[in-house]
Ligand binder design. Structure first.
Ligand code: TRP
Length: 453
């Protein structure tokens, strides 16, 4: 019973797992969301809290997800049920997995719309529309896109169709192989952009903004946003990483893998910040611009640099690929659920999930134009969805997984999975999951509703 084999096969090595999990983690969250969240929430203090959340909450929960996945070797719900049964605990813990399925569906519904923006920009860049772009034309180009519901709908549909096509053929196929080359290429292009920022942009100002914490700019909502961003960026709290862990070879070290994934993911986010803010400050743009930030700043940089048209086309293309490898991991829990719990075929399950997600995505499409005024607590449909999933559902799901892995699963079982590492690693991981992560998330929630005010 200890070493179950996966019904889905296994990654050929630890490196394949790390690449796949990094493919899930690195996406729009790093390049699109991180910069505008930092900009909206005052810069350095947000970045610092984000980094603390990655280290103290994110990595331990990532270890918990991988561990439960590898020990159960099933979809998240069945893995949690099996592990609960192994230790004679309540199998109802499996329902945490279902919340993850729902979170994935909701996140992908808007993620796909934003990936559609990036796809639109591939064509805009490729046809030379960004050449010589300045602050005004970049803004006009972006506004022109998001104010057009038909265009957004078309791009969203193309993205969802691609996600369904890729996912229905199984994750290990072409996309994973492609991502092994394309992700490093995206990384290299980001370095080019940072180089541009150093040579031509307001780089020092950007460094100060990103790394000099000013806590007067931070409130409870910003702390919650930083924590939510850590969960979102690392793909935690809904079982995506758990699924990938279920294919991990038995002899691979889980804490080392998790740390490497976290470092790559955080590195890409920080690089994106260093690519964007030198341009923001050079052109006196508004850091708190919101979801359009990278689409209003990067075209200016591309528009000014030599070879900009090629770089821009390549960059947005790679961003779409990074978004697709993340999107596959968002839809996978619902596909696994429909296949393994409701007995659908993989193709039917993917199509079914895809249609539901596409439909929910219409709300996001409209929230940037015709329904921009439909707000609740000052938030549009997109804002509400993003807030509820990233800031509420993922932290709650993540803490439930942490509690499950460190309170419900026995120390013997978790020690068994971490036996490649020193005993102190297991001990510290358990303390972080038992006490630190749950208490931290609770405090952030209480702080938000003003208990400490
Ligand atoms: N981490 C991805 C990004 O930063 C998005 C993502 C993929 C995700 N799978 C997830 C977020 C699971 C939360 C949970 O773009």
């Amino acid at each position: 019973m200890m070493n179950r084999t996966s019904i889905h096969g296994q990654w050929s090595s630890r490196l394949t797992f790390i690449l796949a999990a990094t493919g899930s983690a690195v996406g729009l969250g790093n390049i699109w969301k991180f910069p505008y969240m930092v900009g909206e929430n005052g810069g350095g203090a947000f970045v610092l809290i984000y980094l603390l959340c990655v280290a103290a909450i994110g990595i331990p929960i990532m270890i918990a997800e991988i561990m439960v996945g590898r020990r159960g070797r099933q979809n998240p719900m069945d893995s949690m049920r099996l592990l609960a049964e192994d230790d004679q605990r309540n199998p109802a813990w499996q329902w945490v997995g279902l919340i993850g399925v729902i979170a994935g569906v909701l996140i992908l519904s808007y993620y796909s719309v934003i990936a559609g923006w990036a796809l639109a920009y591939v064509f805009r860049a490729g046809s030379g529309q960004l050449a010589g772009a300045d602050a005004d034309s970049a803004r006009a180009l972006f506004t022109d896109l998001v104010s057009n519901p038909e265009a957004l709908l078309a791009w969203h549909t193309v993205i969802m169709a691609t996600v369904v096509l890729v996912t229905s053929r199984g994750v290990e196929g072409g996309l994973e192989k492609a991502a092994q080359w394309l992700m490093p290429a995206l990384f290299a292009l980001l370095l080019v952009m940072v180089g541009y920022g150093i040579s031509a942009g307001a780089f020092e100002e950007a460094m100060v903004f990103l790394f000099q914490p000013d806590f007067s700019k931070i409130d409870g909502a910003a702390v919650l946003a930083a924590m939510g961003q850590a969960f979102f960026s690392m793909s935690l709290g809904m079982g995506a990483i758990m699924i990938y862990g279920s294919y991990l070879p038995q002899d691979a070290s889980i804490p080392r893998s998790a740390t490497m994934i976290a470092i790559s993911d955080t590195g890409v986010a920080l690089l994106a910040g260093l690519a964007i803010f030198p341009v923001v400050f050079l052109y006196n743009l508004e850091p708190g611009e919101g979801p359009g930030l990278i689409f209003m700043t990067l075209p200016i940089a591309f528009g000014q640099m030599t070879g900009g048209t090629i770089f821009a086309t390549l960059f947005f293309l790679l961003l779409v690929v990074a978004a697709l490898t993340s999107a596959v991991s968002l839809i996978e829990p619902s596909v696994a659920f429909l296949v393994e719990r409701l007995g659908m075929t993989r193709v039917a399950a993917t199509a079914c999930s895809g249609i539901v997600i596409w439909f929910i995505g219409l709300g996001t499409v409209l929230s940037f134009n015709v329904a921009a005024d439909w707000t609740l607590w000052g938030k549009t449909f997109f804002d509400l969805l993003d807030f509820t999933t990233a800031n509420i559902m993922l932290p709650l799901g993540g803490v439930a997984i942490a509690i499950f892995a460190a309170w419900i699963v026995s120390a013997q079982a978790s020690g068994d999975e971490l036996s490649q590492d020193a005993e102190w690693v297991h001990r510290i991981w358990r303390i972080l999951c038992r006490y630190v992560a749950p208490v931290a998330v609770l405090l952030v929630f209480l702080n938000l509703v003003g208990v400490f005010a």
